[in-house]
Design a protein around this ligand. Structure first.
Ligand code: SF4
Ligand code: SF4
Length: 135
């Protein structure tokens, strides 16, 4: 076994490395990668289909401002990223295409407390930086 491993190492000595240098070199992700969701508030009608679809009950419909410069509020989804499976069903079922997947999977997702993973509509719409509750 040892000799076999040495032989393999010698054989591959002039071949390019197959190891990845993440995070120095970000991994290239496929277009259909399901990372952190993004909400388009202008499309969302607050119907709650995404919440009813979620297999892990990670979505709640809550009231939030329609835009950062308005005091008017409407119903939007808030996602508990700590319970999200990133299955994409909420995105598939949204009748308005208001939710989409992004390629973000570390920023704002790797957090120490559960509270930090409760994504308000403002966070999902990126009206406040991800990882902050904006309150
Ligand atoms: S994101 Fe889509 S499914 Fe969810 S409440 Fe808004 S419109 Fe309805
Ligand atoms: S991706 Fe799946 S688990 Fe996550 S919120 Fe949407 S439906 Fe729920």
């Amino acid at each position: 076994m040892v000799l076999k491993n040495i032989a393999r190492a010698v054989k591959n000595i002039y071949k390019p490395p197959i190891t990845r240098r993440y995070p120095e070199v970000p991994t290239e992700l496929p277009d259909r990668f399901r990372g952190l969701q993004k909400l388009d508030k202008s499309k969302c009608i607050g119907c709650g289909i995404c919440a009813n679809t979620c297999p892990n009950s990670a979505i709640k419909i809550v009231r939030a401002r329609v835009s950062p410069d308005s005091e008017k509020t409407r119903w939007f989804p808030a996602i508990d990223i700590g319970h999200c499976l990133f299955c994409g069903l909420c995105i598939d079922q949204c009748p308005q295409d208001a939710l989409s997947s992004t390629k973000v999977y570390t920023t704002g997702v790797i957090r120490w407390t559960h509270e930090e993973l409760l994504y308000t509509p403002d966070m999902l719409a990126r009206e406040v930086p991800v990882g902050e509750n904006g309150e």
